[in-house]
Design a protein around this ligand. Sequence first.
Ligand code: SF4
Length: 75
Amino acid sequence: MPVKTLHYSNGEITIVWKPDVCIHSGICFQGLASVFDPRRRPWIDMSQAHTLRIVEQVKQCPSGALSIAEKKKVE
Ligand code: SF4
């Protein structure tokens, strides 16, 4: 079965989330609850934090469910 993939963008970067890979560790929403909120739809709101902070949080995902699809120059 193909892995489902969802994309969330803020115009600078796009987060890729693979729900089938997520192990629900909670690290993303414990670390950056304003952006990652599993009770909200869509659960990722890229407008709630600076791009660099979001990238930092995505890197802490232990399963690889979260990743960055594309990254333009961030000043
Ligand atoms: S940090 Fe990664 S594995 Fe953990 S809940 Fe978030 S997306 Fe899922």
